[in-house]
Each structure stands twice: as C-alpha cells, then as structure tokens.
Design a protein around this ligand. Structure first.
Ligand SMILES: [Zn+2]
Length: 228
C-alpha cells in the first residue's frame, strides 16, 4: 500500500531542525513525502543582509527538500510571524486542498499520514502553534470525510533534553515526559544526511549550529506524540 506523508510546518527550517531524520527514513523506505510550509520564513534571521530573504529561504527549503527526497513541496504564502486565528481556516482550507489534490492523483489504494510539531509550538512560537493546530484540524476533518488518514505525529522535545521552562525567546514549556511520548525514531544511521539537511538553511545557521552543538547525534533521534 502506498503511503503518502504530509509534513506541515510554519517555517522552511522547521522540519529540518525537527523530524528530518524520520522524514528521510520514510522517503528512503518508499513513502511519498510532501512538505508544506505555511510561510517563507521571510522575517527570520538575516545575517548576510539579503534583500530578498523570502526567496533565499525558499531556495534553502527546496535544497533541504531535495536532500529529504521530497516528492513535492507546497508553499502556502502566509506571512512569517503573523499566523493567527484569523488565518486559521484559510490555512486549513489551503492545506486540505493540497492533500486532497495530491491524493486524487493516485489510482491505487493509499494511506495518508501527517506530521507536524507539538501543539505547544516547541519553542512556543505562535506560528508553530497555529501550524500544529491547523494540521490536527485538517487531520480530523479528512478522517471525518472518509479519507484513509491513519495518524498524525506531533514532533516533541523529551523532558530529558528540556527539563525546565525557558523564556529566552517566548515561553517554552518543558519537554514531554516518557508517559506523553508515544514513538521514538532513531535515525542516527542517516546522521550525516540530517546534518546536511539542517545546513541547507544557511541563513538560519546560528540556530542550526546551536542545535547540533547542544544535541550532537541526538538531532537524529525524533520523539513523537501520536494521535490516530
Ligand atoms: Zn519555526
């Protein structure tokens, strides 16, 4: 049975810095991987003072997607840093349209899975929270409509990595406890590829290198809350 996996995130680097190891293992196992980014991350860090950070970041995202073996990539065109309740249903409609249009092209039976970030937004970034909540909304809506949507995985941080709340950026909750984590994927067999995927996001290298320095090979171990 063909599996189609939709990775739904707010910013171009979210999947690379999050579950890229899992996504790579999926694509290499024959899953058709579709990356959906809600924004171009155009209001992110710009250490090289690019005039058009939006197009630079979309190029970085496409390069990372190529390394991830993505079948296709879908940029929804919302404004980085400004996702909100007002956008919610529009983003959900756009996401649903991408999924139903992709799925309609298959003439064989398929299973569909979604992947996004923790509903707490991981770092607490409101854009991440909107992306996760949209992904869950679309998941339950498609399920209700009878599509073969099997599960949604929410990428989370384990408590052992993040034992306390952090307010260096906005409010970031402590990591999830063992009881809350349903699945752990160890993708250290593709660690070098994960590093390369993360490093595609050159403009966000301060974040990427900080992750790599802090977590080392654990960047390729992904933790998920699973809803079905
Ligand atoms: Zn982000």
């Amino acid at each position: 049975m063909k599996k189609i996996l939709f990775a739904i995130f707010a910013h171009p680097d979210d999947e690379a810095f999050g579950p890229s190891g899992t996504l790579l293992l999926e694509s290499r196992a024959g899953t058709d991987l579709h990356l959906i980014t809600l924004t171009a991350g155009e209001n992110g860090m710009n250490p090289d003072n690019h005039d058009d950070l939006k197009s630079v970041r979309l190029d970085e995202w496409r390069a990372a997607g190529a390394l991830l073996g993505a079948t296709d990539m879908h940029y929804l065109g919302y404004v980085d840093g400004q996702l909100s309740n007002e956008d919610f249903l529009n983003i959900a409609n756009d996401t649903e349209e991408v999924i139903t249009s992709v799925v309609s092209r298959y003439d064989q039976p398929v299973v569909i899975e979604l992947i996004t970030n923790d509903l707490n937004g991981i770092t607490g970034h409101i854009d991440h929270i909107v992306a996760a909540r949209v992904a869950c909304y679309v998941f339950y809506k498609l399920q209700r409509d009878g599509l073969p949507v099997q599960r949604i995985r929410l990428t989370c941080i384990p408590h052992s990595h993040m034992p306390e709340a952090n307010i260096d950026f906005v409010y970031m909750e402590p990591g999830r406890t063992k009881d809350e984590i349903d699945e752990i994927i160890d993708a250290r067999s593709v660690l070098d590829d994960v590093y390369a995927i993360m490093r595609c996001h050159n403009t966000q290298r301060a974040d990427g290198e900080a992750h790599i320095k802090r977590r080392g090979e654990n960047v390729a171990i992904n933790h998920f809350i699973v809803q079905q």
